[in-house]
Structures are given as C-alpha cells and as structure tokens.
Design a protein around this ligand. Structure first.
Ligand code: GAR
Length: 204
C-alpha cells in the first residue's frame, strides 16, 4: 500500500477535492497522486468535478446496501483493487466504521472547519459563530472511531470578525483549507508524518 496512492472521499461541493487536484497539477502534492474519488452522493457536484478532472470515481449510495458494513466493504474492495494507501476525507459527511478503519488504520485523515476539539460534528462554523469565539480555524487530523476525535496533524487559525456571517466566515475558512490540506497530504504522501500516541509530527 503506497502512501502516494490517494483516494479522496467527499459528499458535497468538493471544493477541497478541487483544491487537492489543483495542487497535484501544480506539483504541490509531493509524491501524492489522486487515484479515485469516493462519494456517497452520486448526484453531488463533486462527482462532476472528478469527471472533468479525469479522475475515476466510485459513487455508491449507502441505502442500496444492507447496512453500513456492506457499504464500506464494497469501498474497501475497490480501494484494495486500486492499491490505495491513503484515504483523504474532504467533506465526507459520514462516520467511518471499523470495516474501513481497520484495514486503513493510521492512513485516513480528515479536514474539519474549526480548531478541534472545539466545535466537532456538524455545522462547525455555525457553532463557532453562535458561541461567539473570536478565533476559529481549520484542523487536519487522523480519523478514529469517534466524531472528529483523532490525533491532530495540523491546525491553522482564522479570526472571526464582528460583522461575520456564516457565509463570510466560511469563505475565509475555505481559503485556509485549500492551502493547508494539500500541504498536509503532501507530507503524508511523502512519509513525513509520524504519530506517537496522540502526537503527530511533520518532519521538515
Ligand atoms: C469543508 O469546509 C470541510 O472542512 C467540512 O465540509 C466542507 C466541505 O466543503 N467538513 C466537515 O465539516 C467535516 N466534519 P467542500 O465539499 O466544498 O470541500
């Protein structure tokens, strides 16, 4: 399983997927190569983006399977078939079960639009505005069985302005995501990230 062979999982717009594809084109993804898009929403805009980019996609509706385990087993079979070594969640709005977590232990990462452990789960940007924090941000972390609870790999802060709406704050957070995620994925693909307990370190 080469770390450089990447599958991106996404459920929606796929702007982070597009940023990763762009980074690869511009030589900013290290030895990373995006081999596959996996989406649980075949009608989502991200599927169109993959088609335009010429990246194969696996579009499976969970409800077409007997249960989550069977759905994920179908995904794992395709990941193995393509010798995928790194799973990059980019707006994939489902919890991952042991069926996928176990064969890819330590090889699944996620991006979340807050400074975890603050504002885990859904609508992190709305949660931050509601709470009234002055600083929020972006976290890239390893995925474990919990909701946004895995070891943090990298974080970047974003200031909240008094006039911010959910839209304006999301826009600035997205810009930070588009810069940060390719950097971290490149480091992972190049084998520069080590994990000791909960402590992840990116080598220079
Ligand atoms: C991103 O902001 C990502 O951080 C967030 O979903 C958005 C997807 O946007 N993920 C989560 O909230 C995960 N809990 P995109 O589809 O345009 O990349």
């Amino acid at each position: 399983m080469a770390w450089s062979r990447i599958a991106v999982f996404a459920s929606g717009q796929g702007s982070n997927f597009a940023a990763l594809v762009q980074a690869q084109r511009e030589g900013r993804l290290g030895s990373g190569n995006i081999e596959l898009l996996v989406s649980d929403k075949p009608e989502a805009p991200v599927a169109q983006r993959a088609e335009e980019a010429g990246i194969p996609s696996l579009l499976l509706r969970p409800k077409d399977f007997a249960g989550r385990e069977q759905y994920e087993a179908a995904i794992v079979a395709e990941l193995k078939r393509r010798d995928i070594g790194l799973v990059v969640l980019a707006g994939y709005m489902r919890l991952i079960s042991p069926v996928l977590l176990e064969p890819y232990a330590g090889r699944i990462v996620n991006i979340h639009p807050s400074l975890l452990p603050a504002f885990a789960g859904k609508d992190a940007i709305g949660q931050a505005l509601e709470y009234g924090v002055k600083v929020t941000g972006v976290t890239v972390h390893f995925v474990d069985g919990g909701m946004d609870t895995g070891p943090v790999i990298a974080q970047r802060s974003v200031e909240v302005q008094s006039e911010d709406t959910a839209e304006s704050l999301a826009e600035r957070i997205h810009q930070v995501e588009y810069a940060l995620y390719p950097e971290v994925v490149a480091a992972l693909a190049d084998g520069k990230v080590t994990l000791n307990g909960r402590k992840a370190v990116i080598a220079d």
